[in-house]
Design a binder for this molecule. Structure first.
Ligand SMILES: [Zn+2]
Ligand SMILES: [Zn+2]
Length: 167
């Protein structure tokens, strides 16, 4: 079981949080206790054996994931277009090995992964393929473009009048 511990009194804006994993061999319905243990660099203790959890990776919360989606795709992170967007962009990105697709490096302190600019991956499709994907999507959902956004291939998505395909 994995979950993130956050300090409820600290408002972390645009900050990833740590995800911990159990370091013991307990399995089944095992939770993590509340609060950090006294050992440095360790998370909350296993609720069964008390062994401290260890840092696993940095993660974004849901708002941050939506920001990232918009940044990567140039599309609004919510709306009826998401299903088609999933379909047309599937397989066009590859995950980043350097950060295990998390977009972050570091343990005690985080930094955006320099290999993928914090996005957790990179476009691997050629430009022609990407343009076709955006044309298809925006033809169907012209309002899907995030305001002022550029697509992965530099098409000004936000500037397109409804129903007009990019050239
Ligand atoms: Zn345990
Ligand atoms: Zn990376």
């Amino acid at each position: 079981m994995r979950f993130a511990i956050r300090d409820p009194f600290v408002l972390e804006e645009d900050m990833p949080h740590k995800v911990w994993r159990l370091s013991c061999s307990c399995s089944g319905d095992v939770g993590m206790g509340v609060g950090p243990t006294s050992r440095p660099c360790s998370g909350p203790a296993c609720s069964r054996c008390g062994e401290p959890t260890v840092f696993s990776y940095w993660a974004r919360d849901s708002i941050e994931r939506m920001d990232l989606y918009q940044r990567v795709h140039g599309l609004k992170p919510l709306g009826p277009h998401l299903r088609l967007a999933d379909a047309v962009f599937r397989g066009l990105r590859e995950s980043c090995d350097a950060c295990r697709s998390t977009g972050f490096v570091g343990t005690e302190h985080w930094a955006e992964c320099p290999h993928c600019e914090g996005t957790g991956g990179a476009w691997k499709a050629d430009e022609e393929h990407l343009v076709a994907a955006y044309c298809l999507l925006l033809h169907r959902y012209a309002e899907a473009a995030a305001p002022g956004a550029l697509s992965a291939v530099g098409i000004g998505l936000g500037g397109l009048p409804p129903g007009i395909e990019p050239r």
